[in-house]
Write a protein that binds this ligand. Structure first.
Ligand SMILES: *[C@@H]1O[C@H](CO)[C@@H](O)[C@H](O)[C@H]1NC(C)=O
Ligand SMILES: *[C@@H]1O[C@H](CO)[C@@H](O)[C@H](O)[C@H]1NC(C)=O
Ligand SMILES: *[C@@H]1O[C@H](CO)[C@@H](O)[C@H](O)[C@H]1NC(C)=O
Length: 245
């Protein structure tokens, strides 16, 4: 029995250690058109290639839109869905299927714009949808590291009062759902963003993409580090069991 068990554990241990160093973290950019038809993902990918995360972060998602970002190299995989409302994604359980097809360790979420602009949904209903979406992320992966945006302003119409109302309530909402194994970090994409950072009143242009990247960046680095620490701990636990055996 022992002569059979020990090599098995050693195999498990070396597999886990190999994963620690070779399996990239899976990062899902999740949202609407402000995640789909923009270039901040390209900027983010490029910037990651200059860091320790080069080759260690795999963007995941069913979308592969070419956004004319003048960048043929970046990983276009994302779960941005133009025109989608957070409330509809939640009610229709769409994120469940998306995460089944493309599991994620880290998710960024920028949602709520269409709920407000298209259908003037109450902030409470948008936050309830966010709660369900976070629940789905954690059902699929209890250790999901989540970065949620306070969303960018609109450059047209009279939507920004409501957008600010949503944004104001996001930090307390996130704190209420925060978990040690699945932290939520809130990123303020609104402050410092103006109409001149939008190409069409809705979507960032080059200066807006750069601003969005800069806001995501520190939170994402923290999320990647936390996700990597989980994998290291899992590998160490297997290694420890080898000695117990
Ligand atoms: C959630 O907890 C993490 C620490 O695990 C902390 O860094 C973060 O600010 C918290 N988020 C909120 C919204 O309170
Ligand atoms: C972004 O678009 C606005 C007009 O919507 C323009 O004023 C600004 O110069 C543009 N900036 C860049 C960097 O493209
Ligand atoms: C696993 O990752 C941790 C944290 O990044 C690192 O310190 C450790 O050396 C890695 N383990 C192996 C076997 O490479």
């Amino acid at each position: 029995m022992v002569s059979f068990t020990l090599p098995l554990l050693l195999t498990l241990a070396s597999t886990a250690l190999a994963q620690n160093t070779t399996t990239p973290l899976r990062y899902m950019p999740f949202g609407d058109s402000i995640t789909e038809i923009i270039c901040w993902r390209a900027l983010l990918w490029d910037k990651l290639q200059t860091t320790e995360w080069a080759g260690n972060v795999d963007f995941v998602g069913s979308g592969k839109t070419e956004n004319n970002c003048g960048n043929t190299k970046y990983d276009r995989d994302n779960e941005g869905h133009s025109g989608f409302l957070a409330i509809n994604i939640a009610n229709q359980n769409q994120l469940d299927g998306w995460l089944t097809r493309n599991p994620a360790d880290v998710v960024t979420m920028h949602l709520g714009t269409n709920d407000i602009v298209q259908q003037n949904k109450p902030v409470a209903d948008i936050l309830a949808a966010f709660t369900k979406l976070v629940g789905t992320m954690r059902t699929k992966n209890p250790k999901t590291k989540i970065v949620v945006a306070q969303i960018i302003p609109m450059g047209m119409g009279n939507f920004n009062t409501k957008i600010q109302d949503l944004n104001k309530q996001i930090p307390a909402w996130a704190t209420g759902l925060n978990k040690t194994e699945s932290p939520i970090w809130v990123v303020d994409q609104y402050t410092g963003f103006s109409a001149s950072d939008l190409r069409d009143g809705v979507h960032p242009n080059a200066s807006g993409d750069k601003k969005m990247l800069d806001k995501w960046w520190p939170a994402l680095l923290g999320a990647f580090a936390a996700a990597k620490a989980d994998k290291t701990a899992a590998a160490a636990a297997v290694e420890a069991r080898k000695f117990v055996a």
